[in-house]
Design a protein around this ligand. Structure first.
Ligand code: DSN
Length: 421
């Protein structure tokens, strides 16, 4: 037993499981997958090397991992309606790097959303590989509306002639118009990559339009709204299938993590069920209700609300910075992350915004009717009425325990009892 062989790590896992149980997780990129997904992550598939692809491996003994990978591919294709899927990327950044390798030459110009306007570091940040090996240009959101300005995207694209345009964001609460991006890409002869890491669960269930008809390449992590294991996949049109597979292996990765691919397959099957559609609907409705409840309490939200699972609270009319607010909320057990606002006067370490999202609380069972009370808990904490805030949080964590019926996780010794708040 781990608790006997390595009590230090066992203790840390147990404390982390208590932390997750006893806090309200509003970081929009985090979620809690099913106990089945978690248990498959510690299955015997972790022991197996399988460089290559099903039927073409560089190792013997791959008959079962081949079946696992084929199932994962089949289910992902069904979920997104894509021509081709590669399920091997270890992470979203590596998936993006594989796309770069498949369609760019070093030094090529690329155009992505600026990190401080909601983009991702792998979309061309100067200190990331994407900004070091390629020539990065950034589009921004309109500072007044908080919305992507498609005219500005086109203007920049016409000027810099990118070889690749990247759409998709880490902190953008409105619908992304993939068709508009595709028409700009076509006009300037660029390929289009849609990085839908944040919204892929919503896309799979129809709560956000799909980029599949428009983008040449689509990448997504599997652990955000998709509620699977940590990892990523790439979807592409058939014409790029060979180039993408070659770019993932042997281009940027060696042996695929077969335990994670098995867990991805389980998550995709779960996402094909009607319950997952209801879950995604609740994620979106919870998000808009929480944003509206905060507006009712006097807070400003970037773009005035949300169409998806997240939103950014604009704290410029409050005395607290993003960092202060993150710290204060963490003290009462509400976990958010500070986030720059479009045109933020403060540094990325301090910020004037906080990012909130509802995937994890919706997995726990929160419903739209809970959102006004949750907004009050946030507000009470931020105005220093800590006790009132803690009372509400305690009520919620008892009402919605994490993994309440999971025998598997109890057997591991996790999530088996509530610790005092
Ligand atoms: N770091 C993730 C997020 O929090 O949005 C994106 O990869």
């Amino acid at each position: 037993m781990l608790k006997d062989t390595d009590p230090q790590i066992h203790n840390l896992i147990t404390r982390e499981s208590y932390r997750q149980q006893n806090e309200i997780m509003l970081i929009p990129s985090e979620n809690t997958p099913s106990p089945e997904v978690i248990s498959v992550l510690s299955s015997v598939f972790t022991n197996k090397y399988a460089e290559g692809y099903p039927g073409k491996r560089y190792y013997g003994g791959c008959q079962f991992v081949d079946e696992v990978e084929n199932l994962a591919i089949l289910r992902a294709k069904k979920l997104f309606g894509a021509d081709h899927v590669n399920v091997q990327p270890h992470s979203g950044v590596q998936a993006n790097e594989a796309v770069f390798l498949a369609c760019l030459q070093p030094g090529d110009p690329i155009l992505g959303m600026g990190l401080y306007h909601g983009g991702h570091l792998s979309h061309g940040l100067k200190v990331n590989l994407s900004g070091i090996y390629f020539k990065p240009y950034a589009y921004q959101v309109d500072i007044n509306t908080g919305l992507i300005d498609y005219n500005q995207v086109e203007e920049i694209a016409l000027k810099v002639k990118p070889k690749l345009i990247i759409c998709g964001a880490s902190a953008y609460s409105r619908i992304i118009d993939f068709k508009a991006f595709a028409s700009i890409a076509q006009k300037v002869g660029a390929k289009l990559l849609a990085d839908v890491a944040h919204i892929s669960g919503l896309i799979a269930t129809g709560f956000h339009p799909s980029p599949v008809p428009y983008a040449d390449f689509i990448t997504t992590t599997t652990h955000k709204t998709l509620r699977g294991p940590r990892g990523a996949i790439i979807l592409c049109k058939e014409e790029y299938a060979k180039a993408i597979d070659k770019a993932v292996f042997p281009g940027v990765q060696g042996g695929p993590h077969m335990h994670t691919i098995a867990a991805k397959a389980v998550a995709f099957e779960e996402a094909l069920q009607p319950e997952f559609k209801s879950y995604c609907q609740n994620v979106v409705v919870n998000s808009s209700h929480l944003a509206q409840a905060l507006i009712g309490l006097g807070y400003s939200i970037v773009s005035g609300g949300t169409d998806n699972h997240l939103f950014i609270v604009d704290l410029r009319n409050q005395t607290l910075t993003g960092k202060d607010s993150e710290d204060i909320l963490a003290k009462v057990g509400i976990i958010v992350n500070k986030n720059t606002l479009p045109g933020d006067p403060r540094s990325p370490q301090i910020t004037s915004g906080i990012r909130m999202g509802t995937p994890a609380i919706t997995s726990r069972g929160f419903v739209p009717g809970d959102m006004p009370q949750l907004a009050e808990a946030i507000h009470f904490a931020l105005i220093g009425e800590t006790f009132k805030s803690q009372e509400i949080i305690e009520y919620f964590i008892r009402k919605y325990p994490l993994y309440p019926h999971s025998k598997t996780l109890r057997e591991f010794g996790y999530f088996h009892e509530m610790s005092p708040v």
